[in-house]
Every structure is written in C-alpha cells, then in structure tokens.
Design a binder for this molecule. Structure first.
Ligand code: ARG
Length: 611
C-alpha cells in the first residue's frame, strides 16, 4: 500500500515549491518522503540492489538528536565489510534532503540524525489547510474489501458481547473507506439452526396474529426471547415443538420458514436500534448464514474435486495441516456431518467462495472474539489449499478479547445472565448526564434539556466506544464507567474536550476558523513544532491501522495529539498574541481540531462544539 504514494515520481518539496500541489495530487507523508530520498541515496552509494533496502527510519527518542534517525548502517556492515560510519557517510554523501532537513549528522556507531526544517513543516501545513482530508490522498489502487461485522447470532438478545464486533468492525470499515477502498460491509448473522426452533415455536403458539400479518409487534424483543426460553425450560411439550420446528425449518417447510422470517425481521430491527445509537453504518448488508444454504453442497463437491475431501466415520472432512489431536494425528475439519448436515465451517467456506467469485473481494476482513481464531485459521487454510483464494486475495481474521466486569470476570447481571447491551449504553449516558448537570451547576451555566441530552449521548456513547478501541483489541479489558468517563486521561471526554476548546477559542476571539485556509503559519516555539510534527503523522497512523487492523494505534495517536496540544496551548498564548503570531497559532488550533475530528470519526465518535 505504501508504494502507492511513490507513483507521482515528483517529490513533495518540488510540488510545494512549484505550487502545483492540487488536492488530487497524492503526496507522500514525511516518513515516506524521507524513505524515498534514502532509497535513491542508497542505490547511488551502495548499488542499485540497495534501492529497496529499509533505511530503518525511527523517530528519535531525544529531540536533541533531531526528529528521525536512520539506523540501516549497522545492519549492513557485515554484508558490505565496511564500518557502519563509513557506510552511513557514503549514503549521506548522496542523500538529497536539503529541502526537508537541516544538514544531517552521523552520530554514535553510524546513525544518521535528521531534523526537519521549519520551512518544510510550514509548507506541509499549507497543504493541509483548506483540504477536507487534511492533505491525505486516497490510495492509488483501491481494493474491493469486505469487512465481516458485527455478525451477531440473532436468536439472542444483544448483550455486552456484541459491543466489540460492532465497534471494532465499524472502525475498520471507516478507515478503509477513508483510504478510498470500496468497502462492502457484510453482517454474517447467525440466522439459522437450532436456536430458532424455540423462537419459531413460541411465535406460532403465542402470536398467531404475527404470522398472519407477517410482523410481530412486541415492544421489546428481550421479553419475547425470555418468554420463549422460560417455556422451553419448563414445558416438555414445548421442547418437542421447538425441535420439530428446527426439522421443518431445515426441510424448507413454507409455514415454518414464514415464522422464521418474522423472527429474523424482528431481531434485525431491534439490533438496528442499538447500531443506530452506536453510529454503526446504515449500509451494512445483513447476509446471514441462511443465505449460503444453496451453496453448501457445492463446497463439498468442490473439495472432493480438489482431492482434499476424506470420509472419516461417515463424515466428510479435510485433514488440517498443523492441527493434531491428543494422539498426534491430524485433526479433521468436518464439512458435512454423517447425518448429511452442514456446519459453521461449511458456511464460511461457501461464504469465502461467494465473496471472492461473486462479490469480487480482494481483501476479506473478519472480526470476532479470539475464541474463533482456530476456526478462521482452519477455514482459511482449507480455502487456500482448495485453490479458491488466488490472485493476491487476502483473508484476515482480527480477533478481540473479552469485555470484563470490575471484578475481572465476565460481566453478568444479578441473575447470572449476560447484561443487555442497551442497559450498559443507557447507564453510560445517564452517568454522563449526571456529571454534566453537576458541572453546569458549578459553572453556573444553564443549558436546554435538548442540549444536555445530546451532549450526554455523544459523550457517553463515545466514551464506551473509545474505551474499547483504545485497548489493543487482542486483550480483554475491564468495563469501567469511572475510567472511561473521566475528563482526564486516555478517554473520549479528554479528546472531545480538545475539540470543543478550539471551537471556543474561535468563538471567544470572534474568528471563523474555516476562514483560515490561506493564512500563513510561521513556527517559532518548540511546543508549536512538536505539535506540528505530530499533526503530520495522521496519515501514517491511518495507514498503519489499515494494515495491521489495530485501532488502538489511532487512539494513542489522538491521545498524544491532545497532550501535545494542551502543552502548546498552555505555553503559547493564542488570542493574546500579536496579529501574525495569533493567526499562525489559530491555524494550529484549527488543524488540531480537524485532525481530532477526522480521527475520532474514524473511531466512530462524533465531536461537540461545546461541552
Ligand atoms: N455469528 C458468529 C458469532 O456470533 C460470528 C460470525 C462471524 N463471521 C463469520 N463469517 N463467521 O459468533
């Protein structure tokens, strides 16, 4: 992906100096620009084969040494039988960075220290101003990407376990779309099989009118589910009809299918309500497991044709590479049970084939709990060995850990059930509201009830999402209202506050921030420079998240942005500064706010002009 930005062949500085930087001209990030320059220098100094050698460019730990360090020389010493300093010097002699950096220096055993020029930083800021995307180009070669999320099993009420796939999957989709990819969001809902028997049987006996009208009007799905479960647990005759319903459903009985459709429609509507509250994309396509029923037999046929299929105790399976049972024998992936039935893996295999051949996906991204890691490794392996994944198509599973209660255990309600997601979200909003009301009293502010509602919603839900996304998704995390709602620390409120603060500076100073597009920036203070360098890392951060699917990197970036902005704001007066400095600093404030807004939006979090 990184290569895309090399396509213009023109250097950024050249574009800037000729003022031919148009919005549609892809520009390289600072890091990519430096790598580009190193590639030429290394090829010239060490030979053409070194053009793709990694310059091992890292941010310096101490600003005294500049901004970046190129550490390649040490690693090449043996290969070239030269001292690292000698190699570094040879490359430095060919390195053309005078438009970007102060004169580079060799330090220690052979590091090259690079310090960006202020004029260069100022030029880059000029490219961000007045561009909705802050100068970030779309990728040159957009891919067709499928993000498989939130993919709940809809025969259940939405509980806390449904939070992460929704929030994390949404972030992936937003990031990839922002990069310019063509993203198809597919919710692989569990809409088939045994769990539906109980609901269908309950619907048929307790709500016959729903079958006539094709619509079940119950106030809440949870009650309907609980009623069904209660009967199932206590009534033997009901159990029999539930099982019967499953058999009929799978046999394609029209009456049963009709009841099934009503149940599915009902749960999808109730899921949608929560997705709307969470700001989950409206254009997610519900393409559930049932969709693939007609393609399941083909999976088995195709596996047989590819020679991978083995019959084992009456079941059709593929023996997996790298998976063994206790006795050390290869583990089978069953694709058709001995009774002829198919399973979750068969459905996913059918889905992979469909997504590649019909949807033309080039990259498939799945997000589920870590418990399904082996499932995906196995299914991906079989699909690849069967030759269904060719032409550079990639399959990725991005797993996530559990959401835990304050006691470090799974969050459970008092009766031992999973806590409904709606309850958790409501509580976050309520707590935000009561904090807010207290703060307003203290500050002697009066706001309308609508305003309070809106702010409580945005902050409360934003806090829940941020708490999730700011953790490395692979780990479990503790759901802690006090922590996520705190105004200080790595939290959504802290980030939102920076945005609102900038808007308030604009209001106080009577400045229309959107009119600063062409205002000149001149950097004089170290805290300004530190902030600007961080602002310039947004694109690298987004690219990194798109590549490794770790949203916490973006959260961390925004947290550091907030911190750097606050230091700048404390040490560099804005509205009280004299005219040109004031304007320059207002631009920095505005660019910070806009960076924050884009970044938070990619995390699925909205901003507020006032808090
Ligand atoms: N419905 C599954 C569950 O809730 C997740 C499905 C994930 N996607 C997939 N293609 N298997 O556990």
């Amino acid at each position: 992906m990184i290569d895309n930005w090399f396509q213009t062949g023109k250097s950024l500085a050249l574009q800037a100096s000729l003022s031919i930087c148009t919005r549609s001209t892809p520009i390289m990030t600072v890091i990519l620009e430096l790598k580009h320059r190193f590639a030429s220098a290394m090829a010239a100094a060490l030979g053409a084969e070194f053009a793709s050698q990694d310059p091992v460019l890292v941010p310096t730990s101490n600003p005294k040494f500049g901004d970046y360090q190129a550490n390649f020389a040490m690693g090449l010493s043996k290969q070239l039988s030269q001292a690292p300093r000698q190699i570094a010097q040879a490359v430095l002699d060919r390195l053309e960075v005078s438009d970007l950096c102060e004169t580079p220096e060799i330090a220690g055993p052979g590091f090259i220290n690079l310090m960006l020029k202020r004029s260069y930083l100022e030029g880059r800021l000029g490219m961000m101003q007045g561009d909705d995307r802050l100068g970030i180009p779309k990728v040159a070669k957009p891919q067709r990407v499928i993000v498989d999320y939130p993919s709940p099993n809809i025969a259940k009420e939405m509980h806390v376990g449904h939070l992460r796939p929704a929030v994390i999957g949404e972030c992936f989709a937003r990031i990839l779309e922002f990069q310019g990819h063509d993203v198809l969001k597919l919710s692989h809902v569990g809409d088939w099989g045994t769990p539906f028997g109980m609901l269908i049987a309950h619907l048929q006996s307790a709500y016959p009118e729903a079958l006539a009208s094709d619509e079940l009007n119950v106030a809440d799905l949870a009650t309907f589910y609980r009623e069904a479960k209660k009967r199932f647990d206590s009534d033997e005759a009901f159990q029999t009809s539930a099982r019967q319903a499953v058999v009929l459903l799978q046999a394609g009985d029209e009456t049963t299918l009709k009841a099934w459709r009503v149940v599915c429609a009902l749960s999808k509507r109730s899921y949608r309500k929560i997705y709307d509250a969470l700001g989950i994309a409206e254009d997610i396509v519900d393409r559930g497991e049932s969709f693939y029923n007609p393609y399941l037999a083909d999976v088995v046929t195709a596996l047989r044709a590819s020679g991978l299929l083995v019959e084992d105790q009456g079941a059709q399976c593929v023996f997996l590479e790298g998976f063994t049972n206790k006795e050390g024998n290869p583990l089978p992936l069953i694709v058709q049970k001995s009774d002829g039935g198919y399973n979750y893996a068969t459905t996913d295999l059918a889905a992979i084939r469909y997504r590649i051949s019909e949807d033309k996906a080039q990259r498939l991204v799945y997000t589920t709990d870590v418990g399904q890691t082996n499932h995906f490794i196995q299914v991906f392996q079989v699909a690849k060995r069967a030759g269904w994944v060719s032409g550079g198509v990639t399959l990725e599973h991005a797993p996530f850990g559990l959401v835990l209660g304050a006691d470090g255990k799974r969050i459970k309600s008092r009766d031992g059930e999973s806590v409904p997601l709606q309850e958790l979200l409501d509580e976050a909003v309520e707590r935000t509201r009561s904090d807010l009301v207290k703060r307003l009293e203290l500050e002697e502010r009066s706001e309308t009830p609508e305003w309070i509602d809106h702010v409580a919603q945005v902050v409360g839900l934003g806090a829940v999402k941020y708490a999730d996304l700011s953790q490395n998704r692979n780990s479990n995390y503790i759901f802690d209202y006090d922590r996520m709602l705190a105004l200080a620390g790595n939290t959504a409120p802290y980030m939102l506050y920076v945005y609102a603060r900038v808007q308030s500076i604009g209001r106080k100073g009577g400045v229309d921030l959107s009119q600063l597009e062409t205002a000149a920036v001149s950097l004089s203070e170290a805290d300004e420079v530190t902030l600007v360098k961080h602002l310039l890392l947004l694109q690298d951060t987004i690219d990194a998240v798109a590549a490794d699917l770790l949203p916490n990197r973006l959260a961390q970036y925004l947290f550091e942005l907030a911190q750097k902005f606050n230091v700048f704001f404390e040490n560099c007066p804005v509205l009280k500064a004299e005219d040109s400095v004031k304007t320059s600093r207002l631009v920095l404030c505005d660019l910070t706010a806009r960076t924050m807004k884009i970044g938070l939006d990619l995390l699925g979090i909205s901003v507020l002009d006032r808090m």
